[in-house]
Design a protein around this ligand. Structure first.
Ligand code: ADP
Ligand code: MG
Length: 323
């Protein structure tokens, strides 16, 4: 039995601290953190709401993993090394089984990157999880969306559309793939943040963003922030076998890989002459990197398929307040 809010925090969320810069962690009114003098602090926060960001049937372990993973993906896109996190948890009830699963998912991923949970808030209400992740880069080394230059190559890690395929297969909107559904479900429920790739891009990528709303929407964000345009070569998009099969049926067009969302891959630009350095740096990472386009002076995003210009939907990606 969870006897109180304090009992819940003590039993499920207070953990030995590993990061050197935690002056004061869980248990006081606020955490006190001390980044080294040669580091910039990189801070991000994301909320996951049941029914909006994950289906109600999602396992507690996966929710714990994903709540942290989506934040680490943002740190990865900045080229930051993760260090600390805070957790604001709103729960309909103090279900111990659920809390154990959630805690396991959260801390398994946190431990992989040596992240300390240093504070949070616990309240009762509809299931909602907010995680704030904090990381560091060497001073002035953070990657931003704004540095892409004309002629830079556009790259993406991993594959696109797998999570969207899993979600739409669960909803019965596309046929369940005969093979590979498990892998796609894994991509939806337990995305792997591309931390190592983000670190490898420090001092090399001219701009970077993580693909959370689909490559179309997120590439548009990057190009707009950089004041440039670009072309996406659709035949170069890295696609898994199940996504290729859906594409071949024509059921979902290109929507899965272009605007499906939940990919949590890194999308970034590198100057053409640095391609060999990029290949060298990502060689040992177990993270495929595909060249998918090029930055151009004409504003806006164009797409070509085998040399033929394609019509793109005006807005890709999920917008909570969009019509
Ligand atoms: P306050 O009322 O001062 O905000 P709380 O009772 O909310 O204090 O929290 C007590 C301590 O427990 C604080 O250090 C807070 O950061 C921490 N805390 C609360 N909820 C969580 C949680 N879900 N995960 C981690 N730390 C938490
Ligand atoms: Mg509080």
């Amino acid at each position: 039995m969870v006897s109180s809010e304090f009992d819940l925090i003590e039993r499920f969320f207070r953990r030995p601290l590993r990061q050197p810069g935690v002056v004061c962690g869980i248990g006081d009114d606020a955490a006190v953190l001390r980044p080294p003098p040669d580091r910039d602090l990189v801070v991000t926060v994301d909320t996951l709401i049941e029914g909006v960001h994950f289906p109600p049937a999602t396992r507690a372990f996966d929710i714990g993993h994903k709540a942290l993973a989506v934040n680490l993906s943002d740190l990865a896109a900045m080229g930051a090394a993760p260090a600390w996190a805070t957790l604001a948890l709103t729960l309909p009830r103090a279900d111990e089984g659920w809390l154990e699963g959630f805690r396991e998912g959260f801390f398994t991923l946190a431990q992989r990157y040596g992240i300390d949970l240093v504070g949070g808030d616990t309240t009762r209400g509809g299931l909602s999880i907010t995680v704030q992740a904090m990381g560091m880069t060497p001073t002035s080394a953070a990657l931003t969306r704004a540095g892409a230059r004309v002629g830079d190559r556009i790259y993406v890690t991993g594959t696109l559309g797998d999570a969207a395929l899993a979600l739409r297969a669960l909803a019965g909107e596309v046929a369940r793939p005969a093979a590979g559904l498990e892998r796609c479900l894994g991509r939806l429920n337990r995305p792997d943040p591309r931390i190592e790739a983000g670190l490898a891009l420090q001092g090399l990528a001219s701009a970077a963003i993580d693909v959370s709303d689909g490559v179309l929407a997120d590439l548009r964000h990057l190009l707009t922030a950089s004041g440039v345009g670009g072309v996406l070569e659709l035949e170069r998009l890295p696609l898994s076998a199940p996504v290729r099969r859906v594409l071949a049926t024509g059921d979902a067009g290109w929507s899965l890989p272009l605007s499906g969302g939940d990919d949590y891959e890194l999308l970034f630009t590198v100057a053409a002459q640095h391609e060999p350095r990029l290949r060298e740096r990502v060689k040992g990472l177990d993270c495929p990197v595909s060249r998918i386009g090029i930055v151009q002076p004409e504003l806006g995003l164009r797409a070509v398929l085998d040399g033929v210009t394609q019509v793109l939907p005006g807005h890709g990606g999920y917008d909570h307040f969009g019509g």
